[in-house]
Write a protein that binds this ligand. Structure first.
Ligand SMILES: CC(C)(COP(=O)(O)OP(=O)(O)OC[C@H]1O[C@@H](n2cnc3c(N)ncnc32)[C@H](O)[C@@H]1OP(=O)(O)O)[C@@H](O)C(=O)NCCC(=O)NCCS
Length: 158
């Protein structure tokens, strides 16, 4: 299936609420939190849609000075394993580099092998653990970091 990846705007809130429920069923962000993220000047979100406009995935990043944080990334279950997560993450990394970030951080459940595989494939390495960081179920976080290069920034799309 062909997919279209574009910047997410506040008008995409309903689509993101739906994707959030599908990708994080045990512990979704609240609608208010998603709305705040979509309108925050420090954050940028992207949404991937199929040919029929079905929302397939999304990702967001927050910038603070020369550091950035991956806020979230999710692909609906039936669209996984086709490179969409990687495409979303690459877009996010390029934008963060172009926006001036030199390094980027994230927190992931150590039990989330798919996400860790994706992050490691893009140069993230573990830098520490945060005890009892996640809820539902309670689990420590694996903190990861990647360096952003000028080459990342050079291929960024607006
Ligand atoms: C993590 C997630 C976004 C990956 O999306 P995806 O579209 O399936 O990922 P891709 O098809 O682009 O895979 C890219 C790379 O990630 C890794 N990967 C993906 N699925 C994997 C799995 N089940 N096990 C191990 N590595 C995996 C591989 O390195 C893969 O590259 P390869 O196909 O060349 O081997 C998706 O599984 C998801 O939405 N999970 C639920 C939400 C979530 O946990 N988000 C992360 C929170 S920190």
């Amino acid at each position: 299936m062909r997919t279209r990846l574009s910047r997410a705007h506040p008008s995409d809130l309903e689509a993101l609420i739906g994707l959030e429920a599908l990708t994080f069923p045990e512990d979704p962000w609240s609608d208010v939190m998603l709305a705040e993220e979509l309108s925050s000047p420090a954050s940028r979100y992207w949404i991937a849609r199929g040919e029929d406009d079905t929302p397939l995935g999304y990702a967001g990043v927050k910038i603070g000075g020369d550091q950035a944080d991956v806020m979230t990334i999710g692909v609906r279950p039936e669209a996984r394993g086709r490179g969409l997560g990687a495409a979303l993450l690459d877009t996010l990394l390029r934008w963060a580099a172009a926006a001036g970030a030199h390094e980027i951080f994230l927190d992931v459940r150590p039990s989330n092998a798919a996400a860790i595989g994706l992050y490691e494939s893009r140069g993230f390495v573990e830098i520490g653990r945060r005890p009892r960081y996640f809820r539902n179920p309670v689990e420590e976080a694996m903190e990861m970091r990647a360096l952003l290069t000028r080459a990342d920034a050079a291929t960024a799309t607006k």
